[in-house]
Design a protein around this ligand. Sequence first.
Ligand code: GLC
Length: 437
Amino acid sequence: MTSAYNVQAMRRILLLVMTVIGIVAVLLLVRTFLLGRQSAPRDQEPSAESVHIIFCAGGAPSEIELWQSLLDDFARENPGISVELRQLPADSDQQHAYYTTLLGSGQPDVDVMRLDVIWVPEFVDAGWLAPLDASALETNDFLSFASRVDSYRGVWFAVPWNVDAGVLYYRKDLLHEAGIDRVPETWRELTDAVRRIRRLENAPREGFVWQGRQYEGLACVYLEQVMSRGGSLDPRDEFARGAHLEALTYLRALIERKLSPANTASAMDEERAREMFQNGDAVFMRNWPYAWSLLNAEYSPVAGKVGIAALPRGKGGASTGALGGWHLAIPVTSAHKEAAQGLIVFLASAKVQEELAARLNWLPTRLSVWNSPQLAQMAPQVMALKEVAPTATPRPAIPSYPALSLAVQEIVSGVLVGRLSPDEACDRLEAKLKEFR
Ligand code: GLC
């Protein structure tokens, strides 16, 4: 009895000693971690060996894959730096919400960001972007729009990584079978072509797919519709009621007359439209150049059957695509600005832009790349868009653009779902645009 009691007592003492040792060990670990953090604060560039930077970006699966391999190349060429890709959703609005929350908190942990062209004025205005060392970036080589978007009083806060322009994709095989000998040049010709192709036995289930969900993609589609009818979305311009009315009536009719999918207003973004078109389920698609390489991938049911052209125009206007694209910038809070700048120099270099053009069908932002004979060889499809890119129309470059866009999207979406008539929507648009003057 006494010896059993002794054994039990010994066990308890042992347990107690082990627990105390465990607690001390955890405390020591936490202390070491905290001391480690204090000795390498984020506002001091640590030794070359230990620099770890975070590159934040969202995109289509093929883009993510290529970016990762580019980051690996960069890390190999710069042994002291490791780069982590923080993947964001592909949707531009979701990325905007992420960045505004993160940067607004004052403690972002990212070093290089991929920003939609439309946010650059807003982010510069908010004081969120660090000035770049332009001398290392050959800024004179960028297309002329870059200096208007990215540099303020001679200081560059971002650089363009790719330029986007809305374009029309079409099924060459179906146009041919229906006896249509040229790609539609007006919006009317496009709907006529859909109707004719519908009569074919093997006609796809949908006609024209485009970005109709209430988000930034819809603002781009609407801009193209209005501009191609001689109007504008810039609050500083006079409100062209006729162009807005026609644009709204046309978009609503596409859905009502089943020329576009029934879920256009609730679900259609770039990727949903691309998947549907790629699956062989649509005749025409409005999208950005990135879709090209995916549509023609080996596994794609429509590979080799797709053409790409400028978007059609309406009455009294000229064909135009919305000017899109993504820019690279460093948040003012980055602790590793030197390494981050190095990554931007690498990613925006002519060599990398050639690879992005060849593998992702991205439109380059450097004149030297557009003029290089290699581009024509490596990416003939990109060269075919050489005329489209310069005619692209920018969205109003004002710091309050995101708020303006939200208002426009809401009104246009109201028409698409039948909640507002095109006339009511025009009244609202006119009043709204005035508020942003
Ligand atoms: C593309 C464009 C971008 C635009 C977005 C809308 O990613 O490059 O500028 O805002 O589409 O969905």
